[in-house]
Design a protein around this ligand. Structure first.
Ligand code: GTR
Length: 349
């Protein structure tokens, strides 16, 4: 990684130019534009900083629970010097905006999907490569490896400090009319993707029409017929109510798009080494907590979805899907070579 190069300009034009502009930036944030967090006297002579953490999901969603665990531990390990206020439900903006705000320092932290991060830190595109990880254990072997840590470190070249990963589950297709049961079924369908070039290429490889769009716009676009389908993990599909308008769910588990806990790099660098270590420790300990919550929730969510009458299809053999989409790995593999090698080495560790 070339640390001497200037910060890459955020590659948002592809998506901003589309019909689906990102949500307006939440107001009232300009006051903390220095990126150092707000300073609040603690009354007793010391002072504490309060950092905002942007989260797209609702209060009780597993990543939000992970954020809150992280916040609780961070406050504890810094003896109250750092407080983290979690803002769920995309209150601080949709994800691409949240990333930009953390990059600028107007929000200090976010829990974010690595898919839109890939437009700021290209190596993060790894997690959007289709059918790459065999299962959650394989993903976690990679995330916890030296290679996974190095990848997280690449966020520094874009003005972030990656503190850790959370479990993303596996993304699968859902459609409004016909279920998608074979690769050929995606042909001609308008499928929402995250704001990620790799995911655009994925849908193109299946002959579909990829539509990058902010998460908050997906429900109404499925409802109005602007989209024929989208794709996500079970907790997102349920909590965002997408199942109501796209009740055919096909568990092909095409991607495990790691969730990332990020802080503005200047904010992090401005902390004492003691507080830096405390934040790192809090993030490391919040990860297994979040993973546990995740696994429990996927099970109960599938039951709830079945109870609502959602048609859930399992794909027994993903070999034809892998074959149909291999051009995506060929196209993006060159720049991700060392990470792809590590993923392969960890395949059946
Ligand atoms: C979810 C992820 C969110 C968001 C969303 C999306 O699985 O946790 O951060 O990226 O997908 O599809 O936009």
């Amino acid at each position: 990684m070339n640390t001497a190069s200037p910060k890459p300009v955020a590659r948002r034009s592809l998506f901003k130019a589309g019909a689906f502009g990102a949500a307006a930036v939440a107001g009232g944030l300009a006051l903390s534009a220095c990126g150092g967090g707000s300073l609040a006297g603690s009354g007793g002579g010391g002072s504490s900083k309060t950092f905002k953490l942007a989260e797209t999901h609702p209060e009780d969603y597993p990543t939000t629970l992970g954020d809150k665990k992280f916040a609780e531990l961070a406050e504890k390990y810094t003896d109250g010097r750092i407080k983290i206020q979690v803002y769920p439900n995309a209150q601080l903006g949709e994800e691409s905006d949240a990333i930009e705000q953390v990059q600028m320092g107007s929000i200090e932290m976010t829990r974010i999907s690595s898919a839109p991060m890939g437009e700021f830190v290209p190596a993060m595109g790894l997690f959007s490569l289709p059918y790459l990880f065999d299962d959650a254990d394989h993903l976690w072997r990679f995330l916890e490896s030296e290679s996974g840590k190095k990848l997280l470190g690449e966020t520094e070249s874009a003005g972030f400090k990656g503190l850790g990963y959370f479990d993303p589950g596996a993304r699968s297709f859902y459609t409004t009319k016909k279920p998608v049961l074979a690769p050929a079924d995606v042909k001609g369908l308008k499928i929402r993707v995250q704001e990620s070039q790799v995911q655009i290429d994925f849908i193109n490889s299946l002959g579909g029409s990829p539509t990058p769009m902010a998460y908050g716009e997906v429900y109404s676009s499925l409802q109005s017929g602007l989209l024929d389908g989208a794709e996500n993990n079970e907790p997102s599909y349920l909590s965002a109510s997408h199942w109501e308008v796209a009740p055919n769910y096909t568990l092909d588990r095409h991607m495990r798009v790691a969730e990332v806990l990020l802080i503005n790099k200047d904010t992090f660098d401005g902390l004492s080494s003691e507080d830096q270590e405390a934040l790192q420790k809090a993030a490391t300990e919040a990860a297994p907590f979040q993973r546990e919550k995740w696994e429990a929730q996927v099970e109960t969510d599938l039951e709830k979805l079945r109870g609502e009458g959602v048609k859930i299809n399992e794909i027994a053999d993903i070999a034809p899907w892998r074959e149909a989409t291999k051009s995506v790995i060929e196209k993006h593999g060159a720049k991700l070579g060392e990470y792809l090698d590590a993923v392969d080495e960890l395949r059946s560790a």
